[in-house]
Design a protein around this ligand. Structure first.
Ligand SMILES: [Zn+2]
Length: 697
């Protein structure tokens, strides 16, 4: 995603976290008694001065300012003086104001971004020791107080007085008729659509960090899981974080011909005990005990697989975890709800997520997800999986990952080829124009893009940092070992280059700065994945498996089927919490189990032939990510839709350059411009249908 977008997203994310929904704004901030009178007086006065054509703007602007005006912003005299001074009542003045804000915000966001990049340089790049003060620099956020400052110095009020706040409904029904400038004005106003008190923000970030903490320490010591005979199926030292590592181990166990099934069954049992909170509290993150997840029996461990001294004086019991998982989830809800009164155009966390972050109505997201989980293609793909596994499906097979193309080259051969080609980051940088030309960019455009992308040696695996002003450059961070770049590094570099190309074009080539970027992260990820999929072509190596495309599609479809169900659970539980604002953890747990089982029974039981499974509720994001999961599912749909269009089009280069010109407008409009259709699940369903035809047993 472009940095501006990321920057704004982070800002709005903080706001979202802090906010939750509810009735209408001004619950906490009661409007001063004089406000209504002042508004009426000024509406009359300004209409007389600027004419009837401006009356609607005047009315709306006054209401928007009044909505956010606090007593400490000034009394009636200050308010009236502010309005008279700052209302732009004719087009020429409004143009000057709009252009100035756009230019100056580019300077502000652009430089903030450069400061951020500089402050993070030591920790992001492979530049030697990170000292404690480097970490403090990296954690500092120079833009954290912009919104506060802009309300205090009233620049935010000037925006609110002159540019319209909109609802998702308006953006969806009228957005197609809006000019580019109207869209830019809408995006400008949105940045000041919330004024959350510091203590509310604080409450949200406290709930968020408590939830993060709870999740980040939720490890299971796998060597300490025992079966009825005391056998340990998992190797020593294995400590898995729920749910990510548990799920990934489960996936890896498909390759264990001997014990894979037994290990997977045990992991499923662990997950079910976590969701139901019947897991003994003492086994969480504790290598001192052994646990049989089937009988729930706990005992002091006899395994000494860790270098830590074991506690022998422990009081061992299998008392269950006291519903902490749901207490934590409820705390994120209670904190989110505090934001509601300060977010007039999206007064619940659910609305902020769907109407603001995603800009796709919840009902449409739900319909798209249901069209996948309910698709007649599911049982067909399930049949193939059963055949490949040689057994009937188990509930944990929602994580089946056995669709993989067989490569023609070994990883070692690929490493050798890449290392020879790219011994240093500079060698990669020098080759970038060629790589881009091979993707279909013209010679000029390839050179132009390469000139705007710097290549840095990453400390971690790699990432793309876009610029946030047109005078700055994007950074491609990639890992290059002492003996050169390996294949994995190259594969990531191509992905990041996809981000950088999108970032550069959607910033530098945009008609309005304020529209730079893409609608949301899923769009830039989709573009990056398209680039990444061409990595072998770019090395001049023919694609390995003629079935590769079909297998990849079947894999994507199955992953989408899984995450769509998890998304539906995530959405349902937030509705349940809003419907039961005073719920206790036990009630929340019962609701979660019921929701997960209902969704399973409706969309998964007919395929898996097993009822009442609660596995979908295991995702940690449901507990600590404030309704984030649907983004993953939507991401798969977006990705396929973009991919299909690029396959139909002339080349990656030409299509991407055309697509990103829309900038940060509503996702459906972006997608219509890009592919001719609004966002939907048709592309992935059509691709899966084709893949099923191409698939050879
Ligand atoms: Zn990415």
């Amino acid at each position: 995603m472009s940095t501006l977008y990321r920057f704004l997203y982070l800002l709005s994310f903080v706001l979202i976290l802090t906010f939750a929904c509810g009735t209408h704004m001004s619950a906490q901030v009661t409007q001063a008694g004089w406000m209504k009178e002042s508004q009426a007086k000024l509406e009359k006065e300004l209409t007389a001065k600027f004419g009837e054509t401006q009356q609607q703007r005047i009315q709306k602007g006054l209401a928007q300012v009044a909505e956010f005006w606090h007593p400490e912003d000034g009394d009636a005299v200050v308010f009236e003086d502010f309005i008279r001074t700052n209302f732009a009542g004719d087009q020429a003045t409004l143009d000057v104001m709009f252009n100035r804000f756009e230019n100056l915000l580019e300077q502000l966001y652009g430089h903030m971004n450069e400061i951020n990049l500089a402050f993070r340089q030591q920790s992001d790049l492979d530049l030697g020791t990170i000292y404690p003060f480097d970490e403090t620099f990296a954690g500092y956020s120079p833009g954290a107080h912009i919104t506060d400052d802009f309300f205090k110095n009233k620049l935010a009020f000037i925006v609110l007085l002159n540019f319209p706040l909109t609802t998702l409904e308006e953006r969806l029904t009228k957005g197609e008729q809006w000019s580019r400038r109207q869209w830019a004005e809408v995006r400008l106003a949105y940045q000041f659509s919330k004024r959350i008190p510091a203590e509310v923000n604080q409450a949200v970030s406290e709930a968020a960090s408590e939830a993060d903490q709870y999740i980040s320490e939720y490890n299971i010591y796998m060597h300490h899981l025992v079966d009825a005979n005391g056998n340990r199926l998992f190797p020593p030292h294995m400590r898995l974080l729920s749910h990510w590592n548990l799920r990934d181990e489960l996936k890896a166990d498909y390759n264990d011909k001997e014990n894979g099934d037994a290990k997977q069954k045990l992991i499923q049992k662990v997950m079910e005990q976590i969701v139901a909170q019947s897991i003994p509290e003492i086994v969480v993150n504790n290598p001192n005990v052994d646990w049989n997840p089937v009988t729930n029996k706990v005992m002091l461990t006899t395994a000494k697989d860790l270098d830590v001294p074991l506690k022998t004086d422990l009081r061992v019991s299998n008392d269950p975890e006291p519903d902490t998982r749901y207490a934590i989830l409820l705390k994120t809800f209670v904190a989110s709800k505090k934001v509601d009164p300060y977010s007039p155009t999206a007064p619940t966390l659910i609305a902020r997520r769907f109407d603001e972050n995603r800009e796709i109505p919840e009902t449409r997201v739900k319909a798209m997800l249901e069209s996948v989980v309910h698709s007649p293609l599911v049982p067909k793909v399930a049949k193939i999986i059963e055949k490949r596994l040689g057994r009937s499906l188990e509930p944990y097979d929602i994580w089946y990952n056995g669709f993989r193309a067989k490569g023609k080259y070994t990883e070692a051969q690929l490493d050798e080829i890449v290392k020879k080609r790219y011994p240093t980051p500079d060698a990669y940088k020098a080759d970038m124009p060629n790589l881009l030309m091979n993707l279909g960019f013209s010679k000029d455009r390839a050179q132009y893009l390469a000139n705007n992308i710097l290549v840095d040696p990453a400390r971690g695996s790699g990432h793309a940092a876009g610029a946030a002003m047109r005078s700055a450059k994007a950074h491609l961070r990639t890992r290059v070992g002492k003996d050169g770049m390996d294949y994995k590094g190259f594969n990531i570099a191509i992905h990041e280059m996809g981000h950088n190309v999108e970032q550069t074009l959607s910033l530098n080539e945009m008609d309005y700065y304020i529209l730079s970027g893409v609608p949301n992260t899923a769009f830039t990820e989709a573009i990056a994945f398209v680039f990444q999929a061409h990595d072998l072509d770019l090395l001049g190596l023919s694609t390995a498996d003629p079935q590769g495309d079909a297998l990849k599609t079947l894999n994507d479809f199955w992953m989408t089927y899984e995450i769509a169900g998890v998304s539906l659970v995530d959405m349902e539980i937030w509705h349940w919490m809003y419907d039961h604002p005073d719920a206790k953890p036990l009630e929340c747990k019962s609701a979660m189990l019921q929701i997960a089982k209902d969704i399973w029974n409706k969309y998964y039981a007919p395929v898996f032939k097993k009822k009442d499974v609660a596995l979908l509720a295991i995702y940690s994001h449901i507990i600590h990510s404030f309704l984030y999961i649907p983004d993953y599912a939507i991401g798969h749909l977006i990705s396929h839709q973009i991919d299909e269009q690029i396959k139909k089009g002339s080349s990656v280069g030409v299509e991407v350059e055309r697509m990103v010109k829309s900038g940060n407008i509503a996702p459906d409009l972006w997608m219509k411009n890009a592919t001719g259709f609004p966002l939907g699940s048709e592309a992935i369903l059509n691709a899966t249908e084709r893949a099923l035809k191409e698939y050879k047993k």
